[in-house]
Ligand binder design. Sequence first.
Ligand SMILES: [Zn+2]
Length: 265
Amino acid sequence: MSALTSIVKLTINISIGTIAALKMITRPGSILLVFAHPDDESSLVSGTAAKYTRRGIPVDLICATGGEKGTRLDVPSDVDTATARVVELRAATNVIGIRNIYLLGYVDGDLGKVDPSEVADRILKIMRDVCPEIVITFGPDGISGHPDHIAISRAATAAFEKFTESGSGPCKLYYVTIPASMLAEIGSEGVKRLATRPDDEITTTIDISGYFDIKIQALEAHKSQQDARLVAEMLQSAKEGGWEPRESFLLASPEPTEKEIDLYD
Ligand SMILES: [Zn+2]
């Protein structure tokens, strides 16, 4: 064997070994949740987030507002609502296992009045720091139609598009959604009118049956919030009634090709 052939063979062997080693250490990238208010994360995606954190996948949260317009159940009069809510948010995210919370500090109800490019740029900066593989936010309907939900959906989507344009990836964008069948199954009495999707439009369904208690605990951590308490009670009775818990998403990017039961499919 000539010296040149030996060098070529050695190089090929090292390359194969390096690729194998890289495959062994390559882990799925992180998940970035982008929501408007403290408690959005718990009511919509806490089961999914808990499931992936228990697999060792980091999950981070951007929360755009302080939730100042929320209810103040059992909040002492000398504590302002935003302060109480951030304490509750930290408790909820500890239950879920979320790694970092990024608070953008906008005022609850005012997000739609802020320059959308400013919000998108701030989200983009966090995306560049965190480099998520998966981004989850509201869809254009904002589920409850709250203007802050719609504004954060637009800003997160714009940030995601810029992030992926720059060649970062692989990266997927999901919109959280509620299948029409779900409200029929667990009831919707007392819940604000919510946008739902026909079940056949849902692209991604995550079974959270091992994480249902975590979801209920995360909601209960937002104890000053009437809606969070109500949803926790509804889920608790659904659980007792044998409902199979799941969270549902629309894959917004890339174009969906088939139904998924895992965000990393
Ligand atoms: Zn909200």
